[in-house]
Design a protein around this ligand. Structure first.
Ligand SMILES: *Cc1c(COP(=O)(O)O)cnc(C)c1O
Length: 406
């Protein structure tokens, strides 16, 4: 049975819980940085499944790892040892600040676990039962489960589901003074994205992250970097924190780690891991041999110096092209911000990101909104300069049309 796009949309509206407003096309396959819909239309993909499909679509080595491991063993549970599990953990630790890893299935779960580990560590270490507070920041996005949601800024996401977890304190992103007002001896953890993603593509300043590190050291709190979106090569270095010269105690990963398969990870220093014992945390699906084998291929591909150099080179090119674009359309674009291949185009006050996203679909370009007034570009990390030229040309046309219509 072949379904028309109208059939698919009708089924979605009849059977799918209405938590998403989906785009009007139906995707069927992908190749490199291109997506194809069921009508045979081609789209240049600058969203990559929201910074997930780092190697694009149909990457041969990733597919080979997937097929080989699927034939051997897909899942056995964390009650048993498998080889891909330990090798991926070793690779992640050897390439980062971390000593140990806990695997999970998503970004929100990674943050959920990070908050749990930080609370247990803070209490165990001090014997202070009241040391459970978590400090988070304006425009932060950490996920949708009750703990991660409690430290996510957008009220619209939180309000209908309150009460969430207790002990959350808020401060202003990139405002160290505001953080100093809420970090004290009862703080267990400070959670922050080195480059905010959903909140509007906003890099932290060096002084801010360095100041948080010092405050966490002063008050014995764990510094958690949420690199779910900005980690794993996205900003041009393997980890975003490398560009700041500041190391966390815990770091969460997810989006690109499985190249499209669901996996999250909590990386931590030995000191954090040392308070954990069997039974403290768990997951049925996590760390399966299938996903960890694929993730290891994805990770080692991204980690290669030539690959990261290409992300930096194409990323700088994209940044330059976007700054030129902003200069050509001052009535539409307010500012462009970003690092590596993670860019936000903040629109002028009266402009809607949704209009740019929809016009993109009509022109064969996929972009996504972020925050209230920003268009986000997070293409596959394999994107090349020629694709940047094509994407910026389309945006130039869209902004030109928007500028004419006032
Ligand atoms: C997407 C995202 C999350 C949540 O990840 P899910 O896999 O959707 O649960 C958490 N933190 C950041 C920074 C993210 O971008």
């Amino acid at each position: 049975m072949t379904l028309t796009p109208q059939d698919v949309i009708a089924l979605e509206q009849r059977y799918i819980a209405p938590t998403y407003k989906r785009a009007p096309m139906v995707f069927e396959r992908g190749e490199g940085v291109w997506l194809y819909d069921t009508e045979g239309r081609r789209y240049l993909d600058f969203v990559a499944g929201i910074a997930v499909n780092a190697l694009g679509y149909g990457h041969p080595e990733m597919l080979a790892a997937l097929e080989a491991q699927a034939r051997k063993l897909i899942h056995v549970s964390n009650l048993y040892h498998t080889i891909p599990h330990v090798l991926l953990a070793r690779d992640l630790c050897e390439a980062s600040f971390a000593d140990r890893v806990f695997f999970c299935n998503s970004g929100t779960e990674a943050n959920e676990g990070a908050l749990k580990f930080a609370r247990k560590w803070a209490r165990t270490r001090t014997g202070n039962e009241d040391k459970y507070e978590i400090v988070t920041f304006s425009n932060a996005f950490h996920g949708r489960s009750m703990g991660s949601l409690a430290v996510t800024y957008n009220e619209k996401y939180r309000k209908p589901f309150e009460p969430l977890i207790q002990g959350v304190r808020w401060a202003e992103f990139n405002d160290l003074e505001s953080a100093r007002r809420v970090i004290w001896h009862q703080t267990a953890a400070v959670i922050v994205e080195p480059v905010q993603g959903e909140g509007g593509v906003q890099p932290a300043t060096r002084e801010f992250l360095a100041g948080l590190r010092a405050l966490c050291d002063e008050y014995g709190a764990a510094l958690i970097f949420d690199e779910v979106q900005c980690g794993l090569g996205r900003t041009g270095t393997l980890w975003a924190y490398e560009q700041y010269g500041v190391e966390p105690d815990i770091m969460t990963l997810a989006k690109p780690l499985g190249g499209g398969l669901p996996i999250g990870a909590i990386l931590m220093k030995e000191e954090i891991a040392s308070v954990l014992a069997p039974g403290d945390h768990g997951s049925t699906f996590a760390a399966s041999p299938l996903i960890t084998a694929v993730a290891r291929t994805v990770f080692n591909t991204i980690k290669a110096p030539d690959f990261l150099a290409s992300v930096r080179r194409v990323g700088e090119y994209l940044g330059q092209k976007l700054r030129d674009l902003a200069a050509r359309h001052p009535a539409v674009v307010r500012e462009v911000r970003g690092r590596g291949l993670m860019w936000g185009i903040e629109l002028a006050e009266t402009r809607q990101p949704a209009d740019v996203v929809e016009a993109g679909y009509a022109h064969g370009l996929i972009v996504a909104p972020a925050g209230r007034n920003t268009v986000r570009l997070v293409p596959p990390l394999i994107v090349q300069a020629e694709h940047v030229d094509q994407a910026v040309e389309i945006l130039d046309r869209i902004f030109g049309q928007m500028g004419e219509t006032g």
